[in-house]
Design a protein around this ligand. Sequence first.
Ligand code: NAP
Length: 335
Amino acid sequence: MSCSSALSRNIMRAIRVAQFGGPEVMKVESSVPVPTPAKSQVLINVKAAGINPVDTYIRAGTYALKPELPYTPGHDIAGVVEEVGSDVKSIKKGDRVFTIRTASGGYAEYCTAEADTTRHLRNRLSFEEGAGVGVPYYTAYRAVQIIGKARPGETMLVHGASGSVGLACIQYGCHLGLRVLGTAGSQTGVDLVKENGADAVFNHREENYVQEIMDSTDGNGPDIIIEMLANVNLEKDMTMVAKRGRIMVVGNRGSIEVTPRHLMAKESTVAGVMLFGSTQEEMKEMSGAIDAGLGPGGWVKPHIGREYSLDNAPQAHGDIINNTGATGRLIIKPS
Ligand SMILES: NC(=O)c1ccc[n+]([C@@H]2O[C@H](COP(=O)([O-])OP(=O)(O)OC[C@H]3O[C@@H](n4cnc5c(N)ncnc54)[C@H](OP(=O)(O)O)[C@@H]3O)[C@@H](O)[C@H]2O)c1
């Protein structure tokens, strides 16, 4: 047997998707077999699962990578370890953990994950907060530090700062000693981004906000822009960014026509960011930085916007794509 202990129950409640389509293709099933961890994996009792926009693209069948059907959605969760595979040394039964990526899918009472994408969850964070760490903070660190190479003293604009990745970027930027600007689409979002440390916040639904951002940088523009909706904003970013500035495309939902001359005149660059394109070395760096930020008084402080039950997963998918006025992370509580 490859595991350190056997679970007393062998079935669980979980979301199953049998065909790609709208949110309604997510069905709760009550007798899904509890997955068995491989030698390098752990089995986790899921206390909270994060909802990422990419979960909706995968469910719709429009994402580049398509899982084999049927499948259970969900990348990052927080919970308690139930079993460990025979090769796993760093994690033991009973540990509080969060994952960056699950193996069997997180919208379930139990899931498996590779031990090397499972990290200890400090006691200062609840399980709900823990489900807000994996994808958002790793993506934020990758965008701001690894690809963006931000340096203390620079000015960074987070274009779309009120959601889970945006708030993580704001918190990391403040920790790093950047001058941090953010945008949100509602007054509640603007207030939340300010509370998370931004030096100035603008409403991306107001007509003059681009000019206000330019005014707040004395006409120079931000040195680095973290972009959450490039198909709407890339041309604006190219006009705003400082000379030799960098635009990091984190989120995009379509096409846009842009004027490349803006880049030539400023010798600025546009770069893509893809969390799951990280190398092992980069994952090690991201884990080290985020583990340090999870420590006492650390910079990692996930903000939970809304909680859903497993039965309400279709509503959660509708909300994360269609709602305006984000206020942090959306999560599912499986039980
Ligand atoms: N590249 C990667 O590896 C990677 C990893 C994770 C996430 N992502 C992508 O990053 C994006 C953000 O993810 P998330 O989890 O933070 O989603 P989220 O929590 O739903 O946040 C979405 C953010 O986009 C903002 N937004 C909406 N309309 C906007 C506009 N016109 N201009 C600027 N911002 C606008 C929202 O602001 P309001 O609601 O306040 O308007 C909110 O701040 C998504 O597209 C996601 O797919 C990419």
